[in-house]
Design a protein around this ligand. Structure first.
Ligand SMILES: NC(=O)c1ccc[n+]([C@@H]2O[C@H](COP(=O)([O-])OP(=O)(O)OC[C@H]3O[C@@H](n4cnc5c(N)ncnc54)[C@H](OP(=O)(O)O)[C@@H]3O)[C@@H](O)[C@H]2O)c1
Length: 327
């Protein structure tokens, strides 16, 4: 039997989604990659937490133990820059391919990790870092084979979009809209990274690296969120038939990348005007294609996990790392 050994870093919202999709779709996966997927271990922070997992599966808080199992591919779904970067780097140097959802880590270290992957003949999939289950990394990568991308405008933060939608469509106060987002699990207990535009900024930097092969200097990017908006701002926009959206934009002029995250009043003929709720969307202007818009889920357990498993399938189809074992 041919198998591919995988490990999972993180067993929170996204990690559980990956586990669920791999467990419940074995036949589909086998057809797609021509091998059985065996999960060897799961890395978590707190090994004493109760988790509903088969006892045969190793749950550990030590990365060495994960690597000792010699996985072919690691799914990374933990939070923040470190120790995620260190763990991924170590795995790549051992020849393990990586699929990540971690936008902060990838915005800061994506380029260097991609270089390490190339040096070691491994792959990194990062679709899930940007707009979760909406395949904008895949769409842009394909367009870039032939098109120069002249402009990007996007809604990349579902929490802000949800709050803005409820303020503008239902007349809710900012505080009530935020509480509703939190009660539905769309906003973190500490929502500051979403509300200050930082989450959208990380995703925009990942797009800049993909599209232009580099990022602007971070201190030269204007990054503004939605928390300072007043009821007057919404009234003024509404009077002229506009809607305020947290817009992330990217353009290149004379070899200079201009990137911004800012609340902007869009009129009704803008492609992102009607993107409501927790959805994300992106408008990409290709040299030959002209403007294209893609819209879909910007967060959530299964959409994000789906993007990771799709990346895994692509990695397996393009760089088979299969082992044949006898059972
Ligand atoms: N949630 C989404 O919709 C979404 C969408 C796109 C991308 N992402 C990204 O996906 C990643 C995971 O998000 P999430 O929502 O699944 O987070 P989460 O629910 O908070 O889960 C995080 C998991 O990582 C583990 N972890 C945290 N720090 C660790 C460390 N130092 N060592 C080992 N394990 C550690 C935690 O272990 P314990 O269980 O022991 O606490 C937990 O299992 C983040 O980078 C996030 O930005 C999330």
């Amino acid at each position: 039997m041919t198998v591919v050994k995988v490990a999972l870093l993180g067993f929170g919202t996204v990690g559980q989604g990956v586990f669920e999709i791999l467990e419940n779709n074995k036949e589909t996966l086998q057809k797609q990659i021509g091998a059985e997927v065996h999960m060897t271990s799961i890395l978590v922070k707190n090994i004493d937490k109760q988790r509903n997992l088969p006892s045969s599966l190793r749950v550990t808080d030590r990365m060495e133990e994960v690597l000792q199992q010699n996985p072919d591919v690691i799914f990374e779904a933990i939070n923040g820059e470190e120790p995620a970067r260190k763990y991924i780097n170590r795995a790549l140097e051992k020849g393990v391919s990586i699929i990540t959802a971690n936008k902060e880590m990838f915005a800061k270290h994506g380029r260097s990790l991609l270089n390490t992957a190339e040096k070691n003949g491994t792959a990194i999939g990062y679709e899930a870092t940007t707009a979760s289950g909406t395949p904008i990394i895949g769409m842009i990568s394909k367009l870039l084979q032939m098109n120069r991308i002249t402009k990007v405008e996007a809604i990349l933060n579902g929490t802000s979009n949800y709050i803005l939608t409820h303020i503008q469509e239902e007349g809710m106060s900012f505080e009530n809209a935020l509480s509703l987002a939190q009660s539905k699990g769309f906003a973190e207990v500490d929502p500051s990274s979403d509300l200050k535009g930082i989450d959208a900024f990380y995703k925009l930097m990942i797009l800049s690296e993909l599209i232009y092969g580099t990022q602007p200097k971070w201190d030269q990017v204007s990054c503004d969120g939605i928390s300072h908006l007043t009821s007057n701002d919404f009234k003024t926009a509404g009077r002229s038939g506009k809607r305020i959206k947290l817009l992330a934009s990217l353009e290149q002029h004379n070899n200079q990348i201009i990137a911004r995250v800012e609340p902007k009043a869009l009129d009704s003929n803008h492609p992102l005007f009607s993107v409501n709720g927790v959805d994300n969307a992106i408008m990409v202007d290709g040299e030959f294609t002209g403007p294209l818009t893609l819209r879909g889920p910007g967060a959530g357990k299964l959409p994000t996990a789906s993007a990771m498993v799709e990346d895994f399938i692509t990695a397996m189809q393009t760089r088979p790392l299969l082992q044949t074992i006898s059972i």
